[in-house]
Ligand binder design. Structure first.
Ligand SMILES: Nc1nc2c(ncn2[C@@H]2O[C@H](COP(=O)(O)OP(=O)(O)O)[C@@H](O)[C@H]2O)c(=O)[nH]1
Ligand SMILES: [Mg+2]
Length: 457
């Protein structure tokens, strides 16, 4: 291999059974399906690997290993491997052990781990920080140190209330291991990965450029995910704000139910998109049903925005009537008003809008009512999806518990005050909603409204 294509940095993830080795790999690879994670001991029986690449270039290989089961016996055995008069150093003993028959029998499991570590550039030694520092762990570390490879201890489970970080730090220092990283595979600290890679760069100076690229790439991806996620939520809100059903009196109750269904499904689509974006599984989240109230029976025909669309300049009584919510009297006036502006609308290229508007006016005259999504439902959707996003950004890919999509406790931004202008505007643009027929989703004004909504999310 040439210098232009250096081989990826290779790490073995080692440690006792059930300390979270496979979980750490899931978190670092953002792969919820990596290996098998279980609270039962010894689920990882063989060595399994994953590769992290940036721009198609493999930078890091991580290998999961089985847990070391009987380090105390193995250390005893290793110490008796010296022949009379011989004083082997630890790596030479390890070598001799791996060539002997016990490496294929009694200590088969341990031999797999040591071989993997020998074949790697360094080891991540995963520790369950809730455990007391027992003799078996100290022996395990000595056995591993016998490979002569740099070891970076990873204190896992530090989110647990009862962890023993201080004891572990002291014990590790006594064994000559002064650098360590704190981690939690289920709820990783925000900068956990970066700190892990930075600590590795201190142990493996020649790998610093590759590790820095990984850090930079992950930061860039984090930002890109956040941007995409916010855009997905904005789409949901515009879709629902612009959603509209023209229905007759008799169709009322059924129409409300159909609207609820449509909004629920639309929210579910957003949940699925966010889960996919953050590389979680569809069944990682359950959402309580939206407590949808009645639809909103609106008079958006006379929403000032609708009239503005048609180039109508409101004057005097008409404007006042429009703002107050038009009744049937004004509707007649409105129709006249509409007809008066048709010529202008055609000239202004708003014919399409005019047709849609005219259709809705006719519907109104025929006794139809317009059903839209309630303001409070829009608020709820915004709050719920933002809450889900906050959970997803903090969640490790080893987490097994389901996410409950619910309401954030403290956030007030969407709870009270006026709805963002974009949503009010969307009310007057039925063609902005994918939930309506004849949607025009790439409409320039719609895209602008989406853009203006982003700072509110
Ligand atoms: N709360 C919490 N649980 C963890 C963490 N790491 C692993 N677990 C859980 O601990 C158990 C063992 O994890 P696993 O990755 O299979 O351990 P391994 O045997 O070392 O590969 C599983 O139930 C995991 O969900 C952690 O950092 N925090
Ligand atoms: Mg495992």
């Amino acid at each position: 291999m040439t210098d232009q294509t250096p081989r990826p940095l290779c790490l073995a993830v080692v440690g006792h059974t059930n300390v979270g080795k496979t979980s750490l790999l899931r978190t670092l690879t953002r792969d919820v399906g990596f290996g098998e994670v279980s609270h039962r001991p010894s689920t990882t029986r063989h060595v399994e690997g994953a590769r992290l690449s940036v721009d198609g270039e493999a930078l890091l290989e991580l290998y999961d290993t089985p847990g070391l089961e009987d380090a105390i016996a193995l250390l005893d055995y290793l110490e008796r491997l010296d022949r009379p008069g011989e004083r082997l150093d630890a790596p030479a003993r390890t070598e001799r052990f791996l060539q002997g028959s016990e490496a294929r029998q009694r200590f088969e499991q341990e031999a797999k781990v040591l071989r993997q570590l020998l074949a790697s550039d360094a080891g991540l030694y995963v520790i369950d920080a809730r455990e007391p520092v027992l003799a078996k762990y100290r022996d395990e570390l000595q056995v591993l140190a016998g490979c002569g490879k740099p070891l970076l201890p990873v204190l896992n489970f530090v989110s647990a209330a009862d962890h023993r970080e201080a004891d572990w730090r002291e014990a590790l220092a006594r064994l000559g291991l002064h650098a360590l990283v704190r981690f939690d595979s289920v709820a990783p600290p925000e900068d956990g990965e970066r700190r892990l890679y930075e600590s590795l760069a201190l142990l493996l100076e020649h790998s610093r450029p590759a590790l820095q690229r990984l850090i930079d790439d992950q930061q860039a991806q984090r930002v890109a995910r956040q941007t995409s996620a916010t855009a997905l939520i904005a789409e949901l809100l515009i879709d629902c704000a612009a959603c509209r059903r023209s229905v007759t009196q008799e169709e009322g109750p059924a129409a409300v139910e159909a609207l609820r269904q449509a909004v629920r499904q639309r929210e579910q689509r957003c949940v699925a998109q966010l889960l996919a974006l953050y590389a979680f599984r569809l069944d990682d989240a359950t959402s309580a049903d939206l407590p949808l109230t009645d639809g909103r029976w609106g008079d958006d025909l006379f929403n000032p925005e609708t009239l503005k669309q048609l180039g109508v300049k409101l004057g005097g009584g008409v404007a006042a009537g429009a703002a107050a919510g038009a009744g049937i009297d004004l509707l007649v006036g409105g129709l006249t008003l509409g007809l008066a502006t048709i010529a202008g609308a055609v000239a202004g290229g708003a014919l399409q809008t005019m047709r849609g508007y005219g259709g809705r006016l006719m519907g109104k005259l025929k006794g139809q009512r317009e059903l839209t999504v309630d303001d409070n439902v829009l608020r709820l959707l915004a709050l719920r999806q933002q809450q889900l996003l906050a959970v997803l950004t903090r969640r490790g890919h080893a987490a097994l518990e389901r996410i409950e999509v619910s309401l954030p406790a403290e956030q007030t931004q969407w709870r009270e005050g006026k709805l963002p202008e974009s949503l009010k505007k969307a009310r007057a643009h039925p063609q902005w909603s994918s939930l309506n027929p004849r949607a025009r989703l790439s409409d320039g004004e719609r895209l602008e409204a989406l853009e203006n909504l982003l700072p509110h999310l």
